[in-house]
Design a protein around this ligand. Structure first.
Ligand SMILES: [Zn+2]
Length: 391
């Protein structure tokens, strides 16, 4: 059973709160998923994940597949048992993002959002320079000298074996450097792959919920066409993938082209986005779900999130105080000092990244709760202004 109830709407924007139900689990939205790349977090063992305040998790199909973790997940009866998260909603991605990040993105050293304006002329004729072979049938790539294949049928099969609540259709995530022609052809192929994903998912609809993915890059006509095509499919929810133009402010605009067309009664997941400014911009446009590696990865890089902005532990290592006196994470409650955290980092003591990871996860859980409460109270804009002083 899958259901999405919209609870509150913020007037003057598309921002909304809701609850997604899947079997006997639920997640209050908007919410950000913690990324468990290969069905685990690097700094926390799976048997403590249920203590985290996050309601939503996402697992990378590509990594669990290539690292041969899927048989272990199956042995334990599915991802909820494997991760010790029986009451949390878990999603899997399709592997499509890795097609991008290990192909074109790595070749051109670029992420989903370019942080400065790009002179596309410098990248003319770059569309073909993809070390990964993408064809109608699917995607071939090399892993440790072995040729592997991903396509809609294989991706659905792998995601069925993992057994998450939410699955993503197999897609290609295009780069901000791709041309209009490339992006258009890729988007049309992603639409055909969606039909194949839906066909391969038949018989599993009661157990798992397949989301279609909107692509189209930074191009308004393509984004709108993709939202119409994908939005017309009989699936329980949608995801928005791909790149979002050549400067950060474009994200809200691009997402708005899509959410103005997608059926409003179904949930939307914005893939791989989690910078605080981007979350506010996307929630304003009616996005319900996010996932991002920022909370966990930046914790390992000694970057701490607080209401007063991002703090770099190196600059605060002399302080005999916790990261944030008001934070409810384990380290802050126990009064673990920044001096102590720094010493642990220097000594390669795992407690350092464990405590910083717990802290950043708590920060993001609190942020998303505050966003939900602000929409309930009609105060979304003032919360956004508050955070934008520092982010
Ligand atoms: Zn904390």
């Amino acid at each position: 059973m899958f259901n999405f109830d919209i609870l509150n709407k913020q007037s003057g924007s598309r921002a909304r709160t809701g609850i997604i139900y899947s079997s006997d689990r639920n997640v209050q939205t908007p919410e950000l998923a913690i990324v468990a790349t290969d069905a685990q977090l690097r700094s926390l063992p799976n048997d403590v994940l249920h203590e985290l305040p996050s309601q939503y998790f996402i697992v990378n199909t590509y990594h669990t597949y290539t690292k041969q973790i899927i048989p272990k997940i199956e042995e334990q009866g599915g991802i909820h048992t494997y991760m010790g998260l029986k009451d949390r909603i878990i999603a899997t991605d399709s592997g499509g993002f890795q097609v991008f990040s290990l192909g074109f993105g790595q070749k051109h050293n670029i992420g989903k959002i370019a942080r400065e304006r790009i002179d596309k002329k410098l990248f003319e004729n770059k569309d073909q320079e993809n070390p990964i072979q993408i064809a109608e049938e699917g995607v071939r790539f090399n892993f440790n000298g072995k040729e592997l294949m991903l396509n809609p049928e294989i991706s659905m099969d792998l995601q069925h074996k993992i057994g998450a609540d939410i699955m993503m259709a197999f897609d290609e995530c295009t780069s901000p450097l791709n041309s209009y022609e490339y992006t258009k052809n890729s988007m049309e192929r992603t639409h055909r792959w969606l039909d194949r994903s839906i066909a391969a998912h038949r018989g599993f609809e009661e157990k798992q919920n397949l989301f279609g993915i909107v692509q189209g890059g930074e191009y308004q006509d393509l984004r709108e066409e993709s939202a119409r095509v994908v939005g017309s499919k009989d699936v329980p929810g949608f995801a928005i993938g791909g790149s979002f133009g050549d400067f950060q402010e474009a994200l809200g605009t691009t997402v708005g082209w899509v959410t103005s067309i997608l059926p409003p009664e179904k949930p939307r997941h914005l893939l791989g986005i989690g910078k605080i400014r981007d979350i506010f911009a996307a929630v304003e446009q009616g996005v319900d779900l996010f996932d991002c590696v920022i909370p966990t990865r930046e914790a390992r890089h000694r970057m701490l999130y607080t209401k007063k902005g991002r703090l770099y532990l190196r600059k605060l290592k002399h302080l005999d105080e916790s990261i944030d006196a008001h934070c409810k994470c384990e380290g802050c409650r126990e009064g673990v000092t920044m001096r102590q955290l720094w010493e642990w980092f220097l000594a390669y003591d795992l407690r350092a990244s464990t405590y910083t990871t717990l802290h950043n996860i708590q920060f993001y859980a609190d942020l998303m709760r505050e966003i939900r409460e602000s929409i309930e109270m009609g105060k979304f804009d003032s919360l956004r202004n508050e955070y934008q002083t520092y982010y």
